[in-house]
Design a binder for this molecule. Structure first.
Ligand code: C2O
Ligand code: CU
Length: 460
């Protein structure tokens, strides 16, 4: 068989053209796949993880504010998955919640995500299909949206804080992801903590160097309590949203699961002197989560307090006083339990719920029900009172919109998307329901979310 010259030429001309057109359409890929990564210290076995692009954490995505981000999720796992872009005030269809905003992407399937980035700040992305297991196995990464005028810093470092529960003998993820013990208590805590996939993460810096540290808590359940050593710092943003005024770091930084904090820090330690990001361990001792090795001196002298970051659009929450307050009681869990809850359309007592692996309720609803907790007209100011009647802290996260805490004196707290509520405490949040769609409101201790602590709202 031979090609005529004509057919051969047509073929040659046709192929590259078709390829070019296709390449233009296709977004960069983000492949969810198994990989082997050394999480435990050298000498221990490596760990089989589920990853984005073979890395722990997934690739750092950076894009300018106001741009459009697109990624083709390719699912090379053996289980269905989706990607949630945590903290982005996103088009609802791109929110990545399997069963609510899209169907889960089957093994071998793909899904094109494309959405605008209205806000600059520190965000992240993670699996939102069986997220309890998928995030624990490694499916998360940082999403950084850059200001057009970045602050005056010498370096910008992203620090993804995580923990892993590993079997030291095999290197495998230990324990049962369905474990009722973990779900009904504080959640799945790791036995190894680390940053950016490394238990021994470290930085080198010079004295007087000014760093922007973007801290992201991607752990399933761990609340990190942090301190700076050999550095002076200011908090400039929470959950991606700039503070009106940078706040000097004078106390511990409490970072609940899914929360972010942007710090601007000046290295004050001299060469050889200790500098670190310290984390409080279970025994209350302070351990270096990130060691900072100080090598020499930056030519610049110590600088004064940093200027605030430029504000993002739509950061005001007007009309809070007149807004209807809806109460969301948080109940259940070990030690306290609850009388009853509604699960899959049926009222059940606590025993019946426990038999189904359910331990928690939000406003009497156990897990996402057919009806939303509340429906809002577009543009309406929403106000929700979250009361924690459980024996555990919970990190409550709202999708699609950021909120502010309503303070006693009628003032408002910083704008954020995840709020830690301690046992027996309560908080009122308010937000402008300006993003149409179906949005989850759930605990970001992912074992809690998987065993009842998930509800949702609808904005018309
Ligand atoms: Cu970080 Cu429901 O998400
Ligand atoms: Cu919780």
């Amino acid at each position: 068989m031979s090609f005529t010259r004509r057919a051969f030429c047509a073929g040659l001309a046709g192929v590259p053209l078709a390829r070019a057109a296709w390449a233009q359409e296709e977004a960069p890929r983000l492949t969810a796949r198994a990989a082997t990564v050394q999480l435990a210290p050298e000498g221990y076995p490596a760990t089989e993880v589920w990853s984005y692009d073979g890395q722990i954490p997934g690739p750092q995505i950076r894009a300018p504010q106001g741009s459009r981000l697109s990624r083709r999720l390719v699912n090379a796992l053996e289980v269905p998955t989706t990607v949630h872009w945590h903290g982005i005030r996103i088009d609802n269809a791109m929110d990545g919640v399997a069963g609510l905003t899209q169907d889960a992407v089957p093994s071998g399937g793909r899904f094109d995500y494309a959405f605008d980035l209205p806000d600059a700040g520190t965000f992240w992305y993670h699996a939102h299909t069986n997220s309890m297991e998928q995030v624990a196995r490694g499916l998360s990464g940082a999403l950084i949206v850059e200001e057009s005028m970045p602050p005056d810093v010498d370096r910008d470092e992203v620090l993804m804080l995580d923990d892993w529960l590993l079997d030291p003998e095999t290197g495998r993820f230990a324990g049962d992801f369905e474990s009722p013990m973990m779900r009904s208590h504080a959640g799945r805590m790791g036995n190894l903590t680390g940053i950016n996939g490394r238990y021994d993460f470290s930085l080198t810096a010079q004295q007087n160097e000014r760093l922007r540290l973007r801290l992201i808590n991607s752990a399933n359940a761990r609340i990190f309590v942090l301190r700076l050593e050999g550095m002076t710092g200011w908090t400039v943003a929470l959950d991606g949203m700039p503070l009106a005024r940078p706040e000097p770091v004078t106390a511990e930084i409490v970072l609940a699961p899914a929360q972010r904090v942007d710090l601007i820090v000046d290295v004050t330690a001299e060469q050889g002197a200790p500098a670190a990001l310290l984390s409080q361990a279970e025994d209350d001792s302070w351990q270096a989560l990130a060691e900072v090795t100080v090598t020499g001196q930056n030519s610049r002298a110590a600088r004064g307090a940093p200027a605030p970051l430029p504000p993002n659009p739509r950061m005001e929450v007007p009309g809070v006083t007149g807004a209807q307050v809806r109460a969301m009681r948080m109940e259940g869990g070990a030690m306290r339990g609850m009388a009853s809850g509604r699960f899959e359309g049926q009222d059940m007592n606590f025993q019946q719920l426990v038999q189904r692996g359910q331990f928690w309720a939000l406003a009497g609803q156990v897990g996402r029900g057919d009806a939303p907790f509340a429906r809002y007209a577009r543009g309406e100011t929403a106000r929700i009172r979250l009361a924690n009647d459980t024996a555990f802290p919970h990190a409550m996260h709202l999708h699609g919109m950021h909120f502010r805490k309503v303070l006693a004196n009628g003032r408002q707290g910083p704008m954020r998307d995840t709020l830690l509520i301690m046992p027996q405490d309560s908080a009122e949040i308010a937000f402008v329901a300006d993003n149409p769609g179906k949005w989850l409101l759930h605990c970001h201790m992912l074992g809690h979310a998987a065993s009842g602590m998930t509800n949702w709202i609808e904005v018309a």
